[in-house]
Write a protein that binds this ligand. Sequence first.
Ligand SMILES: C[S@@+](CC[C@H](N)C(=O)[O-])C[C@H]1O[C@@H](n2cnc3c(N)ncnc32)[C@H](O)[C@@H]1O
Length: 311
Amino acid sequence: MSTIKSELSFDMDNFHTPVLLKEVIENLRIEKDKKYIDATIGGGGHAVEILKLGGKVLGIDVDREAIGYIKDQELNIKNSKNLILVKGNFRDIDEIAKSKGFDKVAGIIFDLGASSHQLERQERGFSFQKEGPLDMRMDQELAVRALDLIKILTKRELYEIFTKFGEENRAWAISERIVSSRKMKPIKTTKDLTLVVGEAFGIGGSRSNFAKAQVAKRVFQALRIAVNDELDALEQALPKAISLLEKNGKLAVISFHSLEDRIVKKEFIKYKEKKLGVIITEKPIIPEDHELKKNWKARSAKLRIFEKSLI
Ligand SMILES: C[S@@+](CC[C@H](N)C(=O)[O-])C[C@H]1O[C@@H](n2cnc3c(N)ncnc32)[C@H](O)[C@@H]1O
């Protein structure tokens, strides 16, 4: 692994707490010297365990801060010589894997969504609870931020994003409010948007703060999915991941909301029908109570696993 230190200025503690760690590791059945891909390395929780057990890991992340964080942790990671890091999008998992000699692997993990680091760093603009620029790019090289979408899109286009990616049934009122508000004052920060959403939702009655927060959460989720083209990336990546697996290789995917989970479920059924292998998890694995007690953020996690049986 590269020894170049990145220039990180943020607090490196609590980058991310891995979710369903035991369940992922047990099901991947890690073997010494076999190759594995962590397509969303984040803070390295899953990758570090695979390395400890003697596996070789190709770690991918689209966020340069995640890659920089892992590089800075090199000395603390057991068997870090067996880790290769690539900053890239998992939608290109096949090309990235082949370029690093990981074209036949024993297991692949996708742990979808945002890391705690991304959600909690206010400069990244992911959270409606933290004041910051309305950015939301996981890949800092993307040209379009959430504030650009809010500025440029038509009422109908915003409505479609909030409906499709946020499943928000007040999407029309919110889009209308955004379009009228931005004529008077640009919507540039997380707080600007949260206020506008609150106004749209609160019109005609006093709604509870909890209900307002739920709407804001769905609107932010929808924008994040749109900015990062998350669902398309997942749909493109899964068949490529299957093709990289060797016989008995396993694909593990952790999703955090129904839109992602639906894609994973549908894709796995497709691979089963094509007789590529078996679905190990007829029902998704969810965190046990003791995990939720320690990490409430894991509450919506669902793990699905597919095992390839054909080459
Ligand atoms: C939930 S975190 C992963 C946490 C990691 N498993 C751990 O235990 O620390 C998800 C990570 O996936 C990355 N990510 C999201 N979409 C991606 C994509 N299309 N390609 C590559 N990385 C992506 C995010 O930048 C984030 O760092």
